[in-house]
Design a protein around this ligand. Sequence first.
Ligand code: MF3
Ligand code: CO
Length: 252
Amino acid sequence: MITLKSQREIEMMKKAGELLADTHHQIAKMIQPGITTWEIEEFVDQYLKEHGATPEQKGYQGYQFATCASINDEICHGFPRKEPLQEGDIVTIDMVVNLNGALADSAWSYPVGKVSPLTQKLLDVTKESLYKGIEQVKIGNRIGDIGHAIQTYVEAQGFSVVRNFIGHGIGPSIHEKPEVPHYGLPHKGPRIKEGMVFTIEPMVNIGGYETKMDNNGWTARTRDGSLSAQYEHTVAVTKDGIIITTDQDYKK
Ligand code: MF3
Ligand code: CO
């Protein structure tokens, strides 16, 4: 069942999203060769606490960290760790903020120092694909229109879209209906309605879309070892248009 959120709930989710966006801004300033994702994890844990929020991922289905930190060929759900990031790496930081019971979910990929032109293209295409998906979020469109727009764009750029992990409805729990694939056919899936809140979070690989799972049972990597990037926003559908609750004004 897809639960529709009231204006009041969306207002609260927007506040959670503002804090999440602010946290990403802080992280952006920290990322440089030599820093570890463990330092980012500790920063996020502390920063959310200071702002009266909690990291919703910690304890979620046994996940132990406030952030997911996925480096290079890791697609998602990488564990924060004490391994310094190196010049040329990319790292995706994903987190869910709970502020007064309202949730926001957003992931952002960051270049570490100077990256190769191909790596930069992966980052640019992945971010642009998120906004191509968001453009399809309109009352009356269908969820399938989102994935179709993302897949069409990404494949035209020569990259591939991960199938095994998808966007999702959100609030009060992390994963709700609808499922939001980042691939597929237009005019399919549930109709987009006022009050829906969901994530769009394309994971894009330079090589093939196939994944493999690490022994830790969480971290997914590209099967061919190619780089993977991800950008994720939480979007709310209101009668006056859509709200990107986690908007960081990074658009373009
Ligand atoms: N933020 C993730 C998402 O986009 C959810 C992470 S699940 C967790 O769906 F267990 F890792 F927290
Ligand atoms: Co997320």
